[in-house]
Design a protein around this ligand. Structure first.
Ligand code: FES
Length: 333
């Protein structure tokens, strides 16, 4: 018996059930086995870390393979995540197993004093409240009592009134942008119409719909209408026939509003052809119609179909065929 068990005996309370010792406390063979189990869990954790480092360094991030249910899966991210998950999971399991099987199993009882105040203090407190209320005349001045209740009740209504500052509900406003069939794409800033030859291969540009004569551009319109134009080699697209017909000579257009929570998708990696949202790292593959390949976003960025008009300027073939921005705008409730 170790000192710890003597300590238990010393503190033992006659009202508690008898302490049941673990097998690892009494059988050295069981303790050795538990030690080996903990070691195996820690080794598995280390292997998980090796996997994560290997995936980070050696698996290229353009390698995909098909997994049922998950579909096309990025091998780099899958094994990096898997390795980190294994590393954390097994280090946690190892610590828990170590604590349960081998760490000191000591029960200690600490006596606590009663929290309730002594009766004299409680009586004193009641007496003081009564005296102060009487001194303030609360009992006699019922008008004050009632109007005070009224004032307090009304003050609770203030936060409700302030809710109005949240503005009107967006309703269907967010479902439509200013893009129409034939709307020219213009530079932002500058409002200059764009021809395909203005964009080199690999270039990216933010554009807005051309303003109709006499109209002004509101900030809220810019927030909805902003579009990213990207030019690739036409052979680099992996699109179906319909989506390919929405591009023009290697130029593809997507809503700039992230489909996760509406941040501006502002980063384009020319080498991988990925668009990245800086808010929560949703990553969209430009070659595959902005398919989500990483991050919390649940759907691709809406694609705007484009072509050129009789004067050779880029124009929208049609409005967006779905609402831009976060998916939750489309939910029925
Ligand atoms: S808003 Fe873009 S990833 Fe969250």
């Amino acid at each position: 018996m170790s000192d710890e068990f003597n300590q238990i005996a010393k503190f033992e309370d006659p009202g508690l059930p008898e302490h049941v010792h673990r097998k690892t406390d009494t059988d050295p063979k069981a303790a050795d086995l538990a030690e080996r189990q903990v070691a195996i869990l820690f080794i598995l954790s280390a292997l998980g870390t090796v996997l994560a480092i290997y995936a980070y360094i050696f698996i290229k991030d353009d390698v995909f393979f098909f997994i049922p249910i998950m579909g096309d899966t990025n091998a780099h991210q899958l094994f990096l995540g898997l390795g980190m998950a294994i590393s954390l999971l097994f280090i946690g399991l190892g610590l828990v197993h170590w604590a349960k099987m081998l760490m000191p199993d000591t029960e200690v009882i600490a006596k606590r004093h009663e929290f309730r105040s002594p009766d004299e203090d409680r009586a004193d407190f009641h007496q003081t409240i009564k005296e102060q209320a009487a001194a303030a005349g609360l009992g006699r001045r019922s008008l004050i009592k009632r109007t005070l209740g009224l004032a307090l009740g009304f003050s609770a209504l203030t936060p409700l009134v302030l809710l109005r500052d949240l503005g009107p509900l967006p309703g269907k406003d967010l479902e439509k942008t200013s893009w129409k069939r034939g709307t020219r794409l213009v530079t932002d800033p500058g409002d200059r119409p764009i021809r395909p030859e203005d964009l080199e291969i690999g270039a990216v540009a933010q554009v807005l719909p051309e303003l109709e004569p006499g109209s002004t551009r509101h900030l809220s319109d810019i927030a909805k209408d902003a579009v990213l134009l990207i030019r690739l080699r036409p052979s680099e697209f992996q699109l179906d026939a319909e989506r390919l017909s929405w591009t023009y000579d290697g130029i593809i257009a997507f809503s700039k509003i992230c489909s996760h929570m509406g941040c501006a998708v502002a980063l384009y990696e020319q080498q991988t052809k990925h668009l990245l949202c800086p808010c929560h790292q949703s990553t969209f593959d430009v070659t595959r119609a902005a398919k989500v390949i990483f991050g919390p976003s649940a759907r691709p960025l809406p694609q705007l179909s484009i072509t050129v008009d009789a004067d050779g300027y880029l124009v929208a073939q049609n409005p967006f065929n779905e609402p831009v921005g976060p998916s939750y705008w489309e939910r029925p409730s």
